[in-house]
Design a protein around this ligand. Structure first.
Ligand SMILES: [Zn+2]
Length: 183
C-alpha cells in the first residue's frame, strides 16, 4: 500500500553517468537503476531530472562530453514512470539542480521528499540544497545507498547538509512507506 504524500526525486540516472558511460560515476550501474525502479513503485509521485545538453555545452570545458541531446548516453536508465525535468539545455548555462532559483519547486506534491541518483557531490547535492532552500515546509530524505558520488564518498562519511537532511537506506524506505508510518 502506498503511503500518503511521498515524492521520489531521481537525479540524472542516465546511461552516460553509469558504468561504461562517457562520465561514469563510480558505483553507479544498471543494478542501482533497477533498485531505484523497485522502490519508485512505492511513491505517490516520481520526478526524474535529466541533463539534456547541446553539443557545445559549457560544462564540456570541465567534464567529458556527456548527455548530449538525443544521444543514447542521455537516455534514462530507469524505467519507472514519472515527470521528467530536463536541465542545462542552454549552451552557456550550467544547471546541476532542476530546481535552480526555486523554479518548478511547486510541482513537488509530497510533504516527504526522498532523493536518489547521481552524482552525490554535484547534481544530487545541488538538488537537495535547493529543496532545503525553497521547500522548507518539506522533510528531505537522502537514500544513501542509491546515491553515488564522483569522489566515492557518501553523505554518511561527511554530511554536507549540516543535519538538515535525514539519511535512510532503500530498505528503510521500503519499510517506512509500506507501513505508512510518519515520525
Ligand atoms: Zn551535465
Amino acid at each position: 500500500m502506498k503511503g500518503s504524500g511521498n515524492t521520489l526525486i531521481i537525479v540524472d540516472m542516465q546511461f552516460d553517468f553509469l558504468a561504461g558511460g562517457a562520465l561514469a560515476v563510480p558505483g553507479a550501474d544498471l543494478e542501482m537503476a533497477r533498485k531505484i525502479d523497485r522502490i519508485a513503485n512505492l511513491f505517490d509521485q516520481v520526478i526524474l531530472t535529466a541533463d539534456d545538453h547541446p553539443v557545445d555545452h559549457i560544462s564540456f570545458n570541465t567534464f567529458a562530453v556527456h548527455c548530449v541531446h538525443d544521444t543514447p548516453g542521455a537516455k534514462l536508465a530507469v524505467n519507472c514512470k514519472g515527470s521528467v525535468l530536463y536541465k542545462a539545455r542552454q549552451y552557456d548555462s550550467e544547471e546541476y539542480s532542476a530546481f535552480f532559483d526555486g523554479r518548478r519547486i511547486n510541482m513537488i506534491e509530497g510533504s516527504d521528499v526522498y532523493v536518489a541518483g547521481v552524482a552525490g557531490d554535484f547534481c544530487v547535492k545541488a538538488t537537495i540544497e535547493d529543496l532545503l532552500r525553497y521547500a522548507q515546509d518539506k522533510r528531505v530524505f537522502a537514500i544513501i545507498d542509491l546515491i553515488k558520488s564522483v569522489n566515492g564518498s557518501t553523505y554518511v562519511d561527511h554530511d554536507p547538509f549540516e543535519g538538515k537532511v535525514r539519511f535512510v537506506t532503500s530498505d528503510q524506505v521500503s519499510k517506512r512507506i509500506e507501513v505508512g508510518q510518519g515520525g
